[in-house]
Design a protein. Sequence first.
Length: 449
Amino acid sequence: MDDSVLPSKLLTDLTLAAEIIRGHDFIHIYSHFDTDGLTAAGIAAKALARAGKEFIVTIFPTLTESQMQVIEEAEDECVLVTDLGASYVKRFDAMKQDVVILDHHTVGDLATRVCYANPHLYGIDGMTSGCGASMSFLFAITLDEKNWDLAPLSIIGMVGDRQHLNGMSGINSHIFAEASKRGMVKTMQGSLIPYGNISTELYMSTEPFIKGVSGDSDGTRRFLEEAGIGPDKNLSNLTPEESIKLSSMIAVKLIEQGVTRDKLEECARTRYYLPSWGTDAETMSSVINACGRQEQPGVGVSVCLGDGSALEQAKYIDADSRKKVMDAVCDIVNKSKIQEMEHIVWFDSSDSGYTGMLCGVVMSFLGNPNKPTIGVNCSESMAKASSRGTFPLLDRGVDLADAMKRGCASVGGEGGGHRIAAGGSFDSARHDEFLKNVDKIVGEQISKH
């Protein structure tokens, strides 16, 4: 790696991480359950296997007090944490064993003993310009340059964390540029028209979610009839005239439901084709992410390790997951679950396990784009909340990492994440209090800006 491209301190920390790992025969990998976390774990696991190391992978939905106790009590000789850890650096520092943390979430405490690499520590925004998978990949090629073939996995992780939306930057840009030179990734022209069978994909589309079309088979049929397009058509075999007409019709529908121009452009974004996977990064992100969300993270990691049978299983999991997400979005719409407060929009997702994904759909296509969206999933004892914002909201002073951290703490819980997307957990009996506090915090953030 070139220190004229990447910060020298980052390269120093990665070199230390590689030295620590080389000094152990067994490493316990801990990572997050989303696309970024699973690809980060897969990259690390593949690199360790090639280095002749034994390892085990444990995946968490998030890192909490109870899960920290699990890590501490395991007493493994060496711990490698990817896409997690920023909130518990002091606890890792206090552990006796060797620890390497490769995270990108908002920095809290600084490490004094363990090896801790995070884009934020080098003046790089971990929300937009470096994810867990890209940090894990930099570690992998520091361990051995032969691991460059794992670059497509890091790109899947970047896309999974939506760090590509405004173009690749920072650490991601360095990886992407070199991967492009090596023929590992190719850009594809974006379109509002979904890839694959147009009828099926419009019906299943949550990004964009088109009212009266998405999740509505009759609505999808009528929409395509109006466009003069048969149900068996794919994007690849549309005529230029058909493509222009259908794109225009989709844009009009979205504008009518209040979708912003920025979001329209985002939906028509450039895609990234990965020859080694035979598909684009967003498709693979959906497949891998579904494994984590459906409580089968081991399948997701196996996909990253190149297991063909796991990939076929993951595709079925993804199809089932997409249907469940669509059903949940339609339930939110049909039951008018979206509620608006002074500074936030919120909805109850207690009937679904997809709060974060639903939060993104509501924020972009169903709610008020001028207010951040909070989704709350309550069980008998514990509530989990997810939040999503937009870059224009960040420009107005909104910081959801801060809002969720303080809001959850105000009701005895824990929270954190990124300025644009964050989450947390707390006692479900206090969810009304939590929402009032977060609404107040967001209002204060905007007024102080």
